[in-house]
Design a protein around this ligand. Structure first.
Ligand code: HXC
Length: 258
């Protein structure tokens, strides 16, 4: 299917999904989120793709959920449609690693989308915020939850209560993003990180994603148990044999996802 609100480019083993509603600063409407979910799921199911990058434009990763689309909705509409719930669940169900490459505004649902990815690489132009308070609402896709996990209560409260934006430097210092690079180098940096990930065993990469995410859901003891079981399970893979043999033979491992 041809997408209208995103572009998708797969080269080598990396799929780059670019949000593309420039006139609305990539505001997330139903169509965009539907297309994004479909593209993510296709990449997740593809034999070629080993890592996914979600990005936007120089000016905006995404300036939030589409306010025009939301403005006239009633409570019953929102509950009845379970507004963006299914899409959020589909995005976070992707099993392959997903990197958010963020330049410009990542606000509201845009910040939440970036936080649904596995980690965020930011351009020095990035601005993160949860300005929903200015609209008389609160975040609805993780802006009070994932942001609090990422940056702690003080900054999550500050951002959500004042609606102020956090620049890239503050986002790095706060743990919201893993790296900050000059805007011109953003995609090179993201592709470099994706290529590193793509060279690993996908079975192990998916296990990392699954177990780190589990740490946000369960107690430490449960999480450690889950990690240990997953670690043991990887000894059933050829990639574990290959990885450890390659180390002993002082050569690069050739992982085959088996
Ligand atoms: C719809 C949007 C939009 C949005 C920007 N636009 N953000 N349209 N929904 N979230 C549109 C503008 O209306 C405008 O269209 C065009 O994009 C350019 O935006 P400007 O405001 O002219 O640009 P600028 O002056 O540079 O300001 C940039 C900005 C501002 C600071 C990002 O646009 C802004 O504050 N946007 C809203 C941010 C926000 O409140 N996000 C949270 C949404 S609620 P026209 O046609 O006039 O040119 C949310 C809840 C998620 O995300 C919960 C989900 C369950």
């Amino acid at each position: 299917m041809a997408f209208e609100t995103i572009t998708v480019d797969t080269s080598d083993d990396i799929t780059v999904i670019t949000l593309n509603r420039p006139d609305a600063l990539n505001a997330l409407n139903q169509q965009l989120l539907q297309e994004l979910c479909q593209a993510l799921e296709e990449a997740d199911g593809s034999d070629q793709t080993r890592c996914i990058i979600v990005t936007g434009s120089e000016k905006a990763f995404a300036a939030g959920a589409d306010i025009t689309e939301m403005a006239d909705k009633s409570y019953v509409d929102m509950v009845g449609q379970a507004y963006f719930q299914a899409q959020s669940e589909r995005i976070t169900a992707i099993r392959k690693p997903v990197i958010a490459a963020v330049a410009g505004y990542a606000l509201g649902g845009g910040c939440e989308l970036a936080m649904m990815c596995d980690f965020i690489i930011a351009a020095d132009t990035a601005k993160f915020g949860q300005p929903e308070i200015n609209l008389g609402v609160i975040p609805g896709m993780g802006g009070t939850q994932r942001l609090a996990h990422a940056v702690g209560k003080a900054k999550a409260m500050d951002m959500n209560l004042t609606g102020r934006f956090m620049d890239a430097e503050e986002a790095l210092a706060s743990g919201l993003v893993s790296r900050v690079v000059p805007a011109k180098k953003l995609m090179d940096e993201a592709r470099g990180a994706a290529a590193k990930i793509a060279a690993k065993s996908l079975l192990a990469s998916m296990a990392v994603k699954d177990t780190v995410n589990r740490s946000f859901e369960v107690s430490l003891a449960e999480g450690l148990n889950y990690e240990r079981r997953t670690f043991y399970g990887l000894f059933a893979t050829q990639d574990q044999k290959e990885g450890m043999a390659a180390f002993q033979e002082k050569r690069e491992a050739q992982f085959r996802d088996k």
